[in-house]
Ligand binder design. Structure first.
Ligand code: G3I
Length: 422
């Protein structure tokens, strides 16, 4: 039984095997299999095998991958934290074009090799982020060559194909998910970045080749690694039907699928900041779930790919009303936004993963990069600076457990009905 339990809650690689093990365990223990018994009650921290009731345990119970972001090389502490709490991770920077090929034809694979090796040797699902992102970390030589070419569109397609063949070719069959195209759309509003602005450069992939650059990217990626899942990753501040950017993204995905472009999934980043426009702050489960289901109806999977929730005090500088919030109140508000967001994934069968954008509060992009760095500390994650679990950790874990996958021949879902949509 111990071996079985170790197998059951050790490192199951797919829910099918887990289901078979669950039925075997139930049979072995003389427990009627779920199909014969009343509906399976939802797992909880009191369930057998829950161990320390970690996010990783909840991920295996729910069948939803739970990941973190690893900025570059993994420190021993990051390795330990990842193995203790997660079943997946995303490479926050290592696979970006300027990191792997800063000058044309000169490659840096040391960090990416180590990250892929670590994921594979520990049975962690790896999301490689990202292949193309017009806004950040595309090496200057790429656009320079396109601008200088007699046929810029043909040159861009060649450079993109070379990029894909070099980076995906090297790791063929070893990376589960690729963020093939990151944030193709304008940061705010809807549509494309067609001209340089204060916040962001024009999307030169789009201005050179039109929307078809996405077709080229995904078709080349499918050819380079037929087994990998290919994602478009986007930031949608108000992920709800009717929001201009959300609707534009949905229509884009519909067009790509109609053109048989091999896109397998859409990542919704979900960077949440108190004070941001509704419903990001309120984290409306029902609106987010409805939007995820609309994307899923095009035939793609959906994932939450860069979740973090900046604490309100850091916005005090903006004179927001939270400047007199106590720490306990802020942490509770943060936990509530995390829970309402992850609950949406638990309620959408096509949602296959949740990734928080970082490990511990003292190592977040928000404190070290871009316009938010001046408002540090944001404390936007699930573990505090000492690695202790915050209220948000438990709220994410419990939200995951609201997904109770049908196991074995079980015909009815968990006995506890879905919580009322918030
Ligand atoms: O690795 C170099 C280092 O060698 C150098 O000494 C140092 C100082 O210049 O820079 C280091 O690279 C930095 C990198 O983070 C690693 O720390 C880059 O300058 C910096 O721009 C980069 O910021 C990243 C940012 O994307 C831009 O690529 C953040 O860590 C990362 O969290 C952030 O993540 C993005 C996602 O990729 C897409 N969605 C939005 C999200 C937040 O902006």
């Amino acid at each position: 039984m111990k071996l079985l339990r170790q197998q059951l809650f050790g490192q199951p690689r797919d829910i099918g095997r887990l289901a078979a093990l669950c039925v075997a365990a139930a049979t072995f223990a003389g427990v009627p299999t779920p199909a014969a018994a009343s509906p399976v009650t939802r797992p909880s921290c009191a369930s057998p095998g829950a161990g320390d009731c970690s996010l990783a345990w909840a991920a295996r119970q729910s069948g939803i991958y739970v990941g973190t972001a690893i900025s570059n090389s993994m420190t021993p502490l990051e390795q330990a934290d990842t193995l203790a709490h997660f079943t997946a991770f995303t490479t926050e920077n290592a696979f970006k074009w300027s990191e792997t090929e800063p000058t044309k034809g000169s490659f840096n694979w040391g960090v990416t090799d180590a990250l892929v090796d670590f994921a594979q040797s520990h049975g962690l699902r790896l999301r490689a982020h990202n292949i193309f992102w017009h806004r950040m970390q595309t090496p200057a030589w790429v656009k320079a060559e396109v601008d200088a070419a007699a046929d810029p569109k043909a040159k861009l397609k060649q450079l993109m194909t070379d990029r894909i063949n070099s980076v995906m070719g090297r790791y063929r069959g070893r990376v589960a998910v690729w963020d093939v195209v990151n944030e193709p759309l304008a940061l705010f509003g809807s549509g494309w970045d067609t001209a340089d602005s204060l916040l962001t450069p024009a999307n030169f992939f789009y201005t050179t080749a039109g929307e078809g650059y996405l077709d080229d990217a995904f078709n080349a990626a499918r050819a380079a690694d037929p087994k990998a899942k290919l994602f478009l990753n986007e930031t949608v501040w108000n992920p709800a039907i009717g929001d201009p950017k959300a609707d534009f993204l949905l229509a884009l995905v519909q067009r790509l699928r109609q053109r048989k472009v091999p896109i397998d999934g859409v990542g919704l980043q979900m960077h949440a900041m108190f004070g941001a426009k509704e419903p990001m702050f309120s984290g409306s489960t029902s609106k987010l779930a409805a939007y995820m289901n609309a994307l899923a109806r095009t035939g793609v999977k959906v994932e939450i790919t860069e979740l973090d929730v900046s604490l309100p005090q850091t916005l005090a500088a903006f004179g927001r009303k939270w400047s007199n919030t106590t720490d306990a109140q802020a942490l509770a508000m943060q936990a509530s936004v995390f829970q309402r967001t992850v609950r949406a994934c638990a309620q959408v069968a096509a949602c296959t993963g949740v990734t928080v954008w970082g490990m511990r509060d003292n190592n977040t992009w928000l404190d070290r990069f871009g316009p938010t760095a001046g408002l540090a500390p944001h404390r936007p994650l699930l573990l505090d600076g000492t690695g202790a679990r915050k209220p948000a950790y438990n709220s994410v874990r419990d939200a995951l457990l609201e997904r109770c996958p049908l196991r074995g021949r079980q015909k009815t879902p968990c006995s506890t009905p879905w919580p009322a949509a918030s």
